[in-house]
Design a protein around this ligand. Structure first.
Ligand code: DAH
Length: 360
């Protein structure tokens, strides 16, 4: 019988060089298929003498098995290589850092300031600012509170120190946001519509007073403004802020040097079962001071009172924050207690908008 070695070498060589499944299959057909070279050789076994067959039979079978195994091994190797290639192309980094846990919160005072800004912005008010260390003139005189006026005593003012021998009036920590009215009118003139949220200071400390607290001032000056406009604006504000269908406000005649007439505004509420509800019940809670801006105040700010008029109001931000969010003790606002901040604080991305809902 012919030597099988050349056949073996040829096919093993081809198998080792096959680069894809189709090529490998073609080799299998050529060697082991029905009309393959090895199969044809096997068919010749019948024509052999028994001695020849005894030698050639096992050799051909061994060759058939060896080529079959080589083809399987090469197929597996090609599949492995293809997978490795694919994995290389489809690689991505599963170790991407996890999203950070949200830790900080927005303080209720900041949240409420943002809410106020959003509501008044819809009514055409922009934001005005002024310094917290204010001159005596802006904090008092310009607001029609001359040096001997009794209102000065009521303000429990913090005075800044002066150099010895310097007898100009001392600067003060502003006792209210009203001086921003003067600054805004000096800067922009009339007509004007602004709110001024910010810190104010008075020497006072108990469960409902802290030496530093927050107010938001409102000012609207134009040619044809009356108390009716003030009432509408405040009602719209309260409905939007407290997120209720209707509110009832009570305007109580009062006195402020910088407004004439002046009114303090109470909101109808109920304390039934120790729980505060707004817009219903038989109780009233004072939330702000307001009035028509005094002609002397307009004049001090360089606005002609013969031509312009308007209203102003000042509201305690901490107080309306306590009301809206049911926070009982004002002093806790400024304790920086992380547990308190976590409980009463707001998520950083919940930016309040009037249409999106203010306090989600
Ligand atoms: N400035 C006043 C205060 O701190 C509040 C206030 C009352 C502001 C009447 C106003 C106003 O603008 O018109 O007690």
């Amino acid at each position: 019988m012919q030597d099988l070695e050349p056949l073996r070498a040829k096919y093993l060589g081809e198998i080792a060089e096959a680069t894809d499944e189709a090529g490998l299959e073609a080799i299998r057909v050529a060697a082991l298929g029905k009309k393959g070279e090895v199969s044809l050789r096997m068919r010749e076994l019948g024509k052999m003498t028994p001695e020849e067959r005894r030698e050639a039979g096992p050799a051909l079978n061994a060759l058939k098995d060896e080529l079959g195994a080589a083809i399987s091994a090469q197929a597996a190797a090609l599949a492995d290589a293809a997978l490795a290639e694919r994995l290389k192309a489809e690689w991505f980094d599963v170790t991407l850092a996890p999203r950070p846990v949200r830790q900080g919160t927005i303080h209720p005072v900041s949240q409420v300031m943002e809410e106020c800004a959003a509501i008044f912005a819809e009514m055409g008010f922009t934001i005005a600012e002024g310094p917290q260390i204010e001159t005596d003139w802006f904090n008092f005189d310009a607001l029609n509170i001359p040096p001997e006026h009794p209102a000065r005593q009521e303000h429990d003012t913090f005075f800044m120190a002066r150099e010895e021998g310097d007898d100009r009036p001392p600067h003060v920590l502003r006792t209210h946001t009203s001086p921003v009215q003067i600054r805004a009118m000096q800067e922009h003139g009339a007509p004007i519509r602004v709110i001024a949220p910010g810190r104010v200071y008075r020497m006072d400390m108990d469960q409902t007073h802290t030496p530093m607290f927050h107010q938001v001032e409102g000012l609207a000056i134009d040619r044809d403004i009356s108390m009716a406009n003030l009432k509408w604006v405040l009602e719209e504000f309260c409905k939007a802020f407290f997120e209720v269908e209707s509110v009832e406000l009570r305007f109580r005649a009062s006195h402020f040097p910088f407004t004439e007439p002046s009114a303090e505004v109470d909101i109808r509420c109920s304390w039934e079962g120790g729980q505060l509800k707004l817009g219903e019940g038989d109780d009233w809670m004072e939330i702000l001071g307001s009035g028509m801006v005094h002609p002397k105040v307009l004049a001090a700010a360089g606005v002609d009172p013969e031509e312009w008029q308007g209203f102003a109001f000042g509201m305690g931000i901490d107080r309306i924050a306590m009301l809206k969010y049911g926070i009982p003790d004002l002093r806790a606002f400024f304790d920086s207690d992380l547990r308190w901040l976590k409980h009463y604080g707001f998520a950083a991305l919940d930016v309040p908008t009037v249409h999106g809902g203010l306090s989600r």
